[in-house]
Unconditional design. Sequence first.
Length: 304
Amino acid sequence: MGISQYIKEIGRGARGAKPLTREQATDLFGQVLDGTVTDLEIGGFCLAMRIKGETPEEMAGFLDATHARLNHLPAADRPLIVLPSYNGARKLPVLTPLLALLLAREGLPVLVHGSATETSRVLASNVLEALDIPMLTAIRKIAPGEIGFAPTELLNPALKRLLDVRRVVGLRNPGHSVVKLMQPTTGPSVVVASYTHPEYARTMAETFELMGMTALLSRGLEGEVVSDPRRTAQIDGFVRGVRSELQAQAAGTSNEVPGLPKEIDVATTADYTRRVLNGDLPVPEAIATQVRHIAQLADHAAHA
């Protein structure tokens, strides 16, 4: 059937484009993931959406299509904490592995998933490997207190191919939003999500509400879901789609975080992570607070 009729609606520019319904978005994204459309149509879809921007209804439709095609992990014994990691470190160390390990220390099963979308950055997967946490090679249940890292292609190869379109056209596309919001398990979960630009916060929040998801949303660290250790960011929680403010944003940025290295290479970041876990360095307060809120949301998800 193709997706040209949808591109005609969304491709009329920032002012003339019409939003898709949730059902239309589901059909469009499903065809993209199923590989039944041409590369030219995929490019047209990606560029049109980049100009127009996604509505919450469209995001919900894209997620519906994705969830129907994911290789889901089996339900864990406790709600699975889902940490998307697609940006990596640019100026500060990538601290998503530290967040994952602190959550696992609370007895929670943790799934980190991601792939390289920026070739020049240090990735969470690199640091996890240095910490002896290997990449999953098959879909399986994650045990309480365990961390699994799933490359995107293990969850859905077509989704990874869509992310790789960025390498050709140089712009993000709806796939980059989908991977940060999706629920890759059949059981209860807490999706930890972040935004870098404030306009995305509203869309992501309304999408969680539409999807009835349990999630945590805050401004992340260079695109990663872990809290910036230098700031007190606003944190919102969602329990089955019902939103509440867990922490208000505070002004100001701290110049010094005890022990936080200036270097961002894999070995230095892994060493810092080990020293925090061993108690040789303090857990940054912003990340400790984030862990507490995620654990509380997990308790809510367990009693859903």
